[in-house]
Design a protein around this ligand. Structure first.
Ligand code: MN
Length: 491
């Protein structure tokens, strides 16, 4: 090992010049960047690509050119600069870009990659029953035709190095998968990527899987089989290695180690919505856990319109025209709160379309808190006509007492769904943020249409911040009540 570094065989895309050589395909810049929270700018990508070239990786997957202008530009620059760095031994990395099986994607990939000495496109399509049915909504015949046409199309543009990737290959029907691979080879594919997209195969199973692909794909002899493993079961590295034992001659890895899970595109915007099992390999029920009636994943700022729409429909809201507005509102709220619960979502719908009129404002409040006894609150509210109303109540704590006192004056049939207080800063003068969610009872079922025009009960939320926790919690509740009244035409 020490005395001779193995020489790199001559690079010919569709030829295995040395049967013992395994090509290393690094996808840090593509799959790695799809890890949740990861984001690299063009300069960082170029630096990483240069380092990968220094490490001597055979193929650098530089990005997904059609995914954004920035990514297109990053791939183009990497192709131009790193894709032309030829060392004294003649090594120059192949620069690869990902493309869906569409003309537009493949065109973009060519425009970005053609500057490299050795450009490669990785064009992919899902081949599992579940992905074809729920994600692509395509039949087997359609998938075969797309593969045939798009691989040939890539070749017609000038790509001589074409990797065809079967997404979710590991859950595909073997006979069909081999048929797809065979079609891609006829079109000009030189590398076949077998993706264990959701990481559901154990290493021994992956080994058998690769062996089966090798044995059953007509025309595969000169093609390189590539193993793309994910780490969902903690087995990605082992699977990549058993894949190599079975004949894979390219391993797709990230910079953090062979097969280290690089992550996938954000779950909530893809396949999971169309059908849960497209990306979820074990359901909670499989391991004896009840699936929560709460959503399977939380809606947050990276959630897409479909995620929101699907949640709304579960909650009883079928919205089309209003969806854009609610989506904007949702994004704004998610940017502040990170995750939104069902109650938050309902409140978002209810809060649509109107600015609450201030029916009641806070005149004064006095609370007495006790450790052993009950807390009491006296609240003075001022109505729209300027009249003052005072009420007192006891309660379990000052919030309970003051909300009861407010109820005595406002007399609205609402249920308090949530009241939570968070400290925003530290210390005794910390700013407290209080969030209140209320749901109206039968306030306008009979005579009026509720604000959202639907059957679901309206929910309203309000957040108030201040250094005085008592004032902020009372103001939050009062504002929520004002919303209820405004929406239902009171006063
Ligand atoms: Mn992947």
């Amino acid at each position: 090992m020490a005395n001779s570094s193995p020489s790199r065989p001559i690079y010919i895309p569709n030829q295995i010049s040395d049967p013992n050589y395994i090509r290393i395909f690094d996808t840090t810049l593509r799959d790695g960047e799809q890890a949740p929270g990861a984001a690299l700018n063009g300069k960082q990508k170029l630096d990483i690509a240069k380092s990968l070239a220094k490490l001597g990786v055979d193929i650098i997957e530089a990005g997904f050119p059609s995914s954004s202008k920035d990514d297109f530009e990053a791939v183009r620059i990497i192709a131009k600069e790193v894709g032309n760095l030829i060392d004294e031994n003649g090594y120059v990395p192949v620069i690869c870009g990902m493309a869906r099986c569409t003309r537009a994607d493949i065109d973009m990939a060519w425009e970005a990659l053609k500057w490299a000495k050795r450009p490669r496109v990785l064009t992919f399509i899902a081949t599992s029953e579940i992905h074809m049915k729920y994600k692509l909504r395509k039949t087997k015949e359609q998938v075969l035709q797309i593969v045939r046409e798009m691989v040939s199309y890539a070749k017609s543009l000038g790509f001589v190095d074409i990797e065809f990737g079967a997404e979710d290959a590991a859950r595909s029907e073997m006979e069909f998968l081999c048929q797809v691979f065979s079609e891609s080879l006829k079109g000009g594919a030189t590398t076949l990527c077998v993706a264990d997209t959701v990481g559901n195969l154990l290493p021994t199973e992956f080994e058998e899987f690769i062996a089966a692909v090798k044995a059953n794909t007509p025309g595969i002899d000169n093609a390189v089989i590539s193993a793309h493993c994910h780490n969902d079961l903690g087995q990605a590295s082992s699977s990549a290695i058993t894949g190599a034992i079975a004949g894979a001659r390219q391993l797709e890895v990230t910079i953090n180690g062979v097969g280290e899970r690089a992550g996938n595109a954000s779950l909530e915007e893809d396949g999971v919505l169309k059908h849960r099992s497209t990306y979820e390999i074990l359901s909670p029920e499989d391991i004896g856990l009840a699936r929560s009636s709460e959503p399977a994943f939380v809606l947050g700022k990276l959630s897409g319109r479909n995620g929101l729409k699907s949640r709304l429909s579960k909650l009883g809201y079928e919205l089309d025209n209003e969806l854009d507005d609610i989506f904007q509102r949702f994004k704004a709220a998610a940017a502040k709160n990170k995750y939104l619960s069902d109650d938050d979502i309902k409140a978002l719908v209810s809060n649509e379309n109107f600015q609450p009129q201030v029916c009641w404002s806070l005149g004064d409040v006095q609370v007495t808190c006790g450790i052993s006894g009950l807390s009491t609150a006296t609240v003075k509210l001022i109505g729209v006509d300027g009249t003052e109303h005072v009420a007192s109540s006891v309660g379990k704590g000052f919030i309970d007492a003051s909300y009861k006192a407010i109820d005595l004056i406002v007399k609205l049939p609402v249920t308090l769904v949530e009241c939570s207080t968070n400290s925003v800063s530290k210390g005794t003068e910390a700013i407290a943020s209080t969030k209140v969610v209320v749901q109206e009872e039968k306030i306008h079922k009979s005579t009026q249409t509720s604000n959202n025009g639907l059957n679901a009960p309206c929910t309203f939320s309000e957040t108030s911040e201040g250094t005085d926790i008592i004032a902020s919690s009372i103001l939050a509740y009062l504002s929520a009540l004002n919303k209820v009244m405004s929406s239902s035409g009171i006063p």
